[in-house]
Design a protein around this ligand. Structure first.
Ligand code: AMP
Length: 427
């Protein structure tokens, strides 16, 4: 029988792998998660965890039936009378949870963050997976333009914490919901005479969702779009004022950005502020993160009133690529405080007890379970980069003591069982 392997577009993350691709190393993930959590803690964002499985309806109603995600990228299935989906993103699930648990009922704005797996049936390639991981943040319950600047400032702070500074932030306003249909019509009228020059995908989008054509990577289509109508010219005065406030606050925070009139996000629920963070060093899938304001989302998924909100979502695999591009060193296996080496049956028994005691006392300790020779056990201690080795030999056992070797200095000395924990804990 053939052995069973991971599904294409997914991967295992393993412990104890030195070198190689850090994305496949659990210690690197732990460090990345730690840094992200650290920034979120400083910004006083609270963590929220929602199920991986949601009702398909949540996604179709929020992201929009005409988007690529809903159209062709959902892992969904039916069981009984319910349609389920493996979440392709987390903003809609977070808003669902906010509404379901009346998280806004005590008044005040909620600052939330999340980290977790998302699923999209895309064609796998560099930086693009079928199971990938996002972290993101949402400020829920305010239409204050300062929140838009805060969320962008938080995004910038995360990449800063990783020392990634060669990024570009593009921003745009999608305006009020009223502006969009009129703009889409104008865009369609502009592009229709040029249809023969468009790619098949864009031709299809011209009918289904012309805004998505603005996302094109094709140089020829970009040229064609140069003279296209701009969304900003269709946006009402109040939206323009809101947008100037956002930009003013970004300037206050000294955040560098470029305005891109053609930046539209692939999800339907965005209004007003939209932004994307890109890295020039990570290949074709250059988007590190994206986000914007989504004042309409709450109502679209059944909320009784508007819940103005703004947030971002960032790809962790893309963050790995950006770190790799600047040759950042991510941690490998964590060293041990102590490796216990046993010589003989009785010592093996004693090592189990001593090892457990040291762990309970707060030390990172390990020992051999293969019954290997002393030499092989010493090699294992080296591999594990143990700071100390405790050798329990037959002779020492009789005297109730052990040999301790400091692996950094090479010093070796005897200690009694009773004084071990105290020695290692420095008391
Ligand atoms: P989106 O919700 O499409 O704006 O995605 C937000 C971020 O998630 C993107 O900027 C990427 O960094 C990341 N991302 C989206 N789709 C994938 C994927 N299939 N594989 C890896 N990362 C992804």
């Amino acid at each position: 029988m053939r052995t069973i392997k991971t599904i294409e577009g997914t991967y295992d993350v393993l412990p104890g792998r030195e070198g190689g691709n850090p994305m496949l190393r659990v210690e690197a993930w732990q460090r990345i998660e730690e840094v992200i959590r650290g920034v979120m803690r400083r910004f006083a964002f609270e963590e929220i965890r929602t199920p991986v499985l949601e009702k398909t309806e949540l996604i179709t109603r929020s992201i929009g039936a005409l988007t690529d995600i809903v159209h062709k990228e959902m892992f969904s299935f039916r069981r009984g009378k319910t349609d389920y989906v493996l979440r392709p993103e987390l903003t809609a699930p977070v808003m669902r949870a906010y509404l379901q648990h009346h998280m806004g009922s005590r008044g005040g704005v909620r600052r939330l963050f999340y980290m977790g797996a998302c699923f999209r049936a895309e064609r796998p390639q560099k930086g693009r997976f079928r199971q990938f991981h996002q972290f993101g943040a949402e400020i829920i319950g305010t239409d204050d333009a300062r929140a838009d600047a805060e969320i962008i400032g938080l995004l910038a702070a995360v990449y800063d914490a990783f020392g990634i500074d060669d990024v570009s932030l593009r921003v745009n306003t999608l305006g009020d919901p009223g502006a969009r249909p009129r703009y889409v019509e104008a865009l369609r009228r502009y592009l229709e005479p040029l249809e023969s020059e468009l790619s098949d995908t864009s031709k299809e989008r011209l009918r289904s969702n012309p805004l998505r054509i603005l996302d094109t990577k094709s140089v020829r289509e970009k040229e064609l779009l140069a003279g296209a109508p701009r969304l900003i010219d269709f946006v009402g005065q109040r939206s323009i004022e809101f947008w100037s406030r956002v930009k003013g606050y970004l300037d206050d925070l000294e955040i560098t950005y470029t305005e891109d009139p053609f930046l539209v996000r692939g999800l339907d629920y965005y209004t007003h502020t939209a932004f994307e963070l890109e890295s020039p060093h990570i290949g074709a899938q250059s988007a590190l993160a994206g986000g914007g304001r989504y004042d309409l989302l709450a109502r679209e998924i059944g909320g009784k009133s508007d819940v103005p909100s703004v947030g971002f979502a960032a790809g962790i695999e893309r963050l790995f690529l950006a770190l790799e591009a600047q040759e950042a060193i991510l941690p490998g296996t964590q060293p041990l405080d102590v490796f216990l080496v046993a010589q003989g049956q009785e010592a093996m028994r004693r090592v189990l007890r001593l090892g457990m005691d040291l762990r309970v006392a707060g030390l990172r300790a390990s020992f051999d379970l293969d019954g290997r020779s002393m030499k092989a056990q010493m090699r294992a201690a080296h591999r594990a980069r143990a700071r100390h080795v405790i050798i329990v030999g037959e002779e020492e056992l009789d005297r109730g003591c052990v040999q301790v070797k400091d692996m950094e200095t090479g010093d070796q000395f005897g200690l009694s069982f009773d004084s071990l924990a105290a020695y290692f804990l420095g008391v």
